[in-house]
Design a protein. Structure first.
Length: 370
């Protein structure tokens, strides 16, 4: 039995070895994308275009504008005459943030009444707008308290809310994005390689030979998934090493636990690739099917859209996608350092999904024998 499985697996390795473009392209492409995403998300957002409408023209409003100009997140303020001018700048993408200082700003500070400073945000660039909003709100609060109390920041620091951040103390975007990107690349590249297994046999005219061999259906399926699993597993470990040692993503959990669960997850996803390979007639069809399925998986994985923001019905549907559970496990182990007791339900879900997929794949292959 094991010899037959290994014979099929060795045959797959020989096919992949002869293709000197496919495997290197996938591996280098995944590593390159991970590198680009790491670089892009590790850079702080700087010099967000800002426009200011000063309706007060007081010493306090001038001090606020000067303080806004010192922010690394915000660019030097463009002073405008009205809110309409700010809207015009936003229409031409020359401003992401608009700050409107009210006419009574200085007098209200002197009277120890908090003035209302309005912020206008260009939501077309939501990431920059969010960063600009946070920076401006913090500066407005600090500067207002300084002017009202005539104290230095160190004197009124206790008046500001105390914030404690767990797991990602610097709120680095790459610490959240890279595990997600790594999980997605791990999934796509492995499933694509698996999806080519049967269609390659069809295109080369050897599929009929495979059908008449005295092999059990599950032996053929297992033999076909070993090669993609091995390549995908090596790719995963390489991306994990890059994320931790080069891009400094925290890793607080058990490495052995993560690597063991990665095998369970791989079996489920590679089985899906073999199933798509049985449905497709050519390698091109198989690749297109994979990317079509991957779009749906990505939608329900939480990678692009937060699952918690979906309607309750769709949140329930997301549980049938193994990548959804895998990304939760991956982040929990890397960022939180928690153990199996925390995400055991997600592990059981992956095992159940993988069992169904492998069983369905075996059934479809059996039917192709008749």
């Amino acid at each position: 039995m094991f010899k037959r499985i290994l014979n099929i697996a060795w045959k797959e390795f020989l096919h992949l070895r002869k293709d000197r473009v496919l495997v290197p392209f996938f591996i280098l492409g995944a590593l390159l994308e991970l590198t680009v995403v790491a670089w892009a998300t590790s850079q702080p957002i700087r010099n967000v275009p800002m426009a200011v409408v000063d309706q007060d023209h007081s010493h306090q409003s001038a001090a606020l504008i000067a303080r806004l100009d010192t922010s690394d997140t915000l660019s030097k303020a463009q002073i405008t005459n009205s809110v309409a001018d700010v809207n015009t700048l936003m229409d031409h993408n020359q401003a992401i943030l608009g700050v409107v200082i009210p006419p009574n700003y200085g007098s209200m500070l002197v009277a120890h009444h908090p003035p209302t400073v309005s912020l206008l945000l260009n939501g077309a660039d939501s990431t920059s707008a969010y960063a600009a909003q946070n920076a401006a709100q913090q500066i407005i609060l600090e500067q207002g308290m300084r002017d009202a109390l005539h104290q230095e920041p160190k004197d009124y620091a206790n008046e500001l809310p105390q914030v404690t951040v767990k797991y990602n103390e610097t709120l680095d975007r790459s610490a959240y994005t890279l595990p997600s990107e790594m999980g997605l690349m791990f999934y796509v590249m492995t499933v694509v390689l698996a999806a080519l297994a049967i269609t390659r046999e069809r295109e080369r005219g050897t599929y009929e030979q495979l059908l008449v061999m005295p092999y059990r259906s599950w032996e053929v399926i297992l033999g076909k998934i070993i090669a993609p699993m091995t390549i995908g597993y090596c790719l995963f470990m390489t991306m994990l090493a890059l994320s931790v040692f080069i891009f400094h993503v925290p890793f607080r959990g058990s490495l052995l636990l993560l690597l063991g669960l990665a095998i369970i997850y791989l079996i489920a996803e590679v089985g899906k690739g073999i199933l798509l390979s049985l449905v497709a007639r050519t390698q091109l069809q198989a690749v297109l099917l994979v990317f079509g399925v991957a779009m749906v998986d990505m939608l329900f994985s939480g990678y692009a859209v937060a699952v918690e923001s979906m309607p309750p019905f769709l949140q329930t549907v997301s549980n049938i996608f193994s990548i959804r559970h895998w990304l939760i496990i991956l982040r929990d182990i890397m960022l939180k350092g928690v153990g199996l007791d925390v995400f055991a339900g997600h592990v059981l879900a992956i095992i159940a999904i993988g069992t169904v997929i492998i069983g369905l794949t075996t059934l479809v292959y059996r039917r192709s024998l008749t």
